[in-house]
Design a protein around this ligand. Structure first.
Ligand code: FE2
Ligand code: FE2
Length: 273
């Protein structure tokens, strides 16, 4: 017996500036054909939900249009970024409330046979004590179930002991707080978005899966390749006996926009060194 989840991420949708919306319809068709039991969106649902109710409401409407059970966690373009980072859109109580009013709670948990599936907000993890307490309770309450985390930013770029503070991974302090919630155990699976690259590896005893984006890739001139730059989604199968499988669904019928060539989205990008 297994439970099938489709993970989609980084759709960057907007009704006023639908730069990437064209990729959603083919994705929706693929998901309806696949008929997963749950769809999880791991953030950057919207182009600029951090400042726009309309972008968030539109993203939620697109998710409802799938006709499938779905949940979501926010990304940096939905609720802003960690207060430690030099962001023009820092997380705030107002931004959390906007997401909750327009889309869904910031996190969730679902029990399926053998597993507890937990969604958390990496963006506000450090600043939002109430959210941290709810996630800690979900982890404590998992009992003998294995735990899979779904979140926007990856837990790390390389190793849990990394000390780098930058735009890409969950930062060292909130990473340490999250891992401490597990006591003597570790999350079994961490599935994330944000990097717009696909990567699937086991490191530090954790299966770490970076889902490919739906909206765009970031060309090598602007972002070094760590994983693979392609568009698509991930099909997760959680088995009652504790096994987990992840299958990449690369979608060649999505338009491979390169954010470096589309400055009207977020301004000109800095070239990679
Ligand atoms: Fe993104
Ligand atoms: Fe992101």
């Amino acid at each position: 017996m297994s439970f099938r989840i489709a993970q989609i991420t980084d759709t960057h949708l907007s009704p006023a500036r639908p730069l990437f919306d064209g990729n959603f319809a083919p994705l929706a068709e693929a998901l309806r054909d696949a008929r997963p039991e749950l769809v999880i969106h791991t953030g950057d649902l919207s182009l600029n939900g951090a400042d726009s109710d309309e972008d968030l409401r539109h993203g939620a409407a697109m998710m409802r249009s799938l006709g499938l059970d779905w949940v979501a966690v926010p990304g940096n373009h939905d609720v802003g970024d960690d207060l430690t980072l030099p962001s023009k859109q820092p997380v705030s109580v107002e931004r959390f409330a906007r997401w909750e009013n327009c889309v869904s709670p910031l996190g969730f948990f679902r029990d399926v046979p053998g597993w507890r599936i937990i969604g958390l907000d990496t963006q506000g993890f450090a600043a939002n004590e109430g959210h941290r307490e709810r996630i800690a309770a979900a982890i404590r309450g998992a009992g003998p179930r294995r735990i899979a985390l779904f979140q926007h930013k990856p837990i790390t770029e390389e190793a849990l002991a990394d000390t780098a503070v930058n735009y890409w991974p969950l930062l060292p302090a909130p990473r340490a707080e999250l891992l401490a919630m597990f006591g003597g155990r570790r999350p079994d699976v961490i599935a994330s978005g944000h990097v717009h690259q696909w990567r699937d590896r086991e490191a530090d005893g954790i299966r770490q899966i970076w889902a490919p984006a739906v909206a765009f890739i970031v060309g090598d001139a602007f972002h070094v390749p760590v994983g693979h730059k392609l568009l698509g989604w991930i099909e997760h199968e959680f088995h009652e006996d504790g096994r987990h499988e992840a299958h990449l669904h690369a979608m060649e019928n999505l338009t491979p926009y390169d954010l470096g060539e589309i400055p009207e989205a977020y301004g000109p990008l800095t070239r990679a060194a």
